[in-house]
Design a binder for this molecule. Structure first.
Ligand code: NDP
Length: 484
């Protein structure tokens, strides 16, 4: 069912962010050994703006010979990088963090053009958090042994890092900052649909005078990622993306002595108890699922509401959804931007149709969507059964599935009834209940009376099919060091 918007009585005037200040090149090479290089094998492919379907810039894709060259450069640079004092390595990371801040406006606009997310989010969340991550690990670089219980540490060597398209620069920061702080060098593959901010980060590495070979950025598609993890001469793989690719990587690394961390998908439960502050909870639900069009591994996509307040919460949520502004990612008033790619839009369409087919009740806000580009209006499903695909599978779009529960025990059972275990939210007025529920949930992160709150000092990672290893805080150092 598609219902009309409920509450927009007046609208904002357009407030588009300017693109005049963006300094993109027409074509980018591979960033290897301190400079942009022509690919030896790979082709040059345009990166598309998902809100207009227009090409933004051309990007070289790395083939196996290019990856070899990148790993060799990282290998050659690693001993000298590791031999710098932690204080010296930290200085480079501080410089990178400061340069991200200096170029924040440009990075935010490029992130929104390349990925489709609202500029309000790239400006206020992605870019500041990326800088904060480099600041955080800059601070750890000379205190590594304090981060691992006072023991001696040594870097692993060369890290191969693969990041997805939902938080391109932020995920690059999550991967590079701890690796470099610990004395490793890195070869990072951005996602095919969102390589541009990582290439600007390569320019920032040059501006920061980071020694050549410490960071390589090698754009490419899934085949590039698959080839990277199969190359000889890597000591660690860090991957964020889908569970199926995570499993493939794990199989490719079996028996090779390469250490691995995986941050995979989720179907996170956002649990609302009857004693919660319901208006606050509704804001948290909206932030939990519609932030970044729901392209968030820890999105609160399974909304569990206590039966006694279910009708009220759904009514208020539906009303609130009616006020979400969907459209131009570069408009500062936009709440929900473009879907990242045609493939992702097709995946969302397929799962939403499955939800309707299985008998759940669909409500999608009616709004004028731009003619070109990839769009999906915020959607709410009720009458969802735990076995429905929309209650089990990661939709990775602006779609929330509502289930209900009667008791605390039932809420915990339903929340844990998932192959995933990345995050959860608990909304209650009772502190003791929040702690009790949080300790019973199989989720790496549990937010209390908030959702999608990130901080570089807090560890993030999953249970079960959501992966293993932690990123952020002192826990994020562990995957990049050998402890003796
Ligand atoms: P993928 O897991 O395919 O992509 C993540 C990264 O891995 C990208 O850089 C991708 O390259 C690369 N990659 C793809 N195949 C391989 C491979 N065989 N070996 C090594 N690296 C590879 O995610 P998708 O983009 O296909 O999205 C599919 C689903 O995954 C989404 O609908 C969502 O449910 C989930 N997902 C979860 C994310 C999370 O944060 N946990 C992030 C992204 C997706 P390329 O971009 O070129 O394909």
């Amino acid at each position: 069912m598609t219902r009309a918007r409920t509450a927009i009585a007046w609208d904002y005037a357009p407030a588009p962010e300017s693109t005049d200040h963006v300094r993109l090149r027409d074509s980018y090479g591979l960033f290897i050994d301190g400079d942009f290089r022509d690919p030896r094998e790979g082709a040059r492919v345009p990166s598309i703006n998902p809100s207009t379907e227009e090409p933004i810039a051309e990007v070289a894709h790395a083939g196996p010979a290019d990856l070899r060259r990148a790993i060799d450069a990282a290998r050659a640079a690693q001993p000298r990088w590791a031999s710098l004092s932690g204080l010296e390595r930290g200085k480079y990371l501080f410089r990178i963090a400061r340069l991200i801040q200096e170029r924040a406006r440009e990075l935010a606009v490029v992130e929104s053009m390349d990925g489709g997310k609202p500029v309000r989010e790239s400006r206020d969340v992605d870019i500041p958090l990326a800088a904060a991550h480099f600041f955080h690990y800059a601070g750890w670089a000379d205190k590594l042994s304090y981060g691992v219980g006072g023991r001696e540490v040594a870097p692993l060597g060369v890290a191969a890092q693969i990041v997805p398209w939902n938080f391109p620069l932020l995920m690059a920061a999550w991967k590079l900052a701890p690796a470099l702080a610990c004395g490793n060098t890195a070869v990072l593959k951005p996602a095919e649909t969102t390589p541009l901010s990582a290439l600007l980060l390569a320019e920032i590495c040059q501006e920061a005078e980071l020694p050549a070979g410490v960071v390589q950025i090698v754009p490419g598609d899934g085949a590039t990622g698959a080839a990277l993890v199969r190359q000889e001469g890597i000591d660690k793989v860090a991957f964020t993306g889908s569970t199926s690719v995570g499993k493939d990587i794990q199989a490719a690394l079996a028996g090779r002595g390469v250490s691995l961390t995986l941050e995979l998908g989720g179907k996170s439960a956002n649990i609302v108890f009857e004693d919660a502050a319901l208006d606050q909870a509704v804001e948290g639900i909206v932030n939990g699922i519609f932030f970044n069009q729901g392209h968030v591994c820890c999105a609160g996509s399974r909304l569990l509401i206590q039966e006694s307040v279910a009708e009220t919460v759904v009514a208020r949520l539906w009303e609130r959804m009616g006020r979400l502004r969907v459209g131009d990612p570069l408009d500062k008033n936009t709440d929900v931007g473009a879907i990242n790619s045609r493939e992702q839009l097709e995946r969302i369409d397929e799962l939403v149709s499955a939800g309707e087919g299985e008998g759940a009740v669909r409500r999608t806000i009616a709004c004028d969507l731009p003619e070109r580009g990839y769009w999906f209006a915020p959607t709410l499903f009720t009458e969802v059964a735990p076995a429905h695909r929309i209650a089990v599978e990661e939709i990775f779009g602006p779609v929330v599935s509502v289930l209900t529960f009667r008791t605390q025990a039932e809420a915990i059972d339903k929340a844990n009834n998932s192959p995933y275990g990345l995050a959860a939210g608990v909304w209650t007025d009772k502190g003791a209940k929040a702690f009790e529920v949080a300790s019973a949930l199989q989720a790496g992160v549990v937010w209390q009376n908030t959702y999608n709150h990130f901080d570089p000092s807090a560890a993030f990672g999953g249970y079960k099919e959501s992966g293993f290893g932690r990123e952020g805080g002192p826990a994020g150092l562990r995957p990049y060091v050998r402890v003796s």
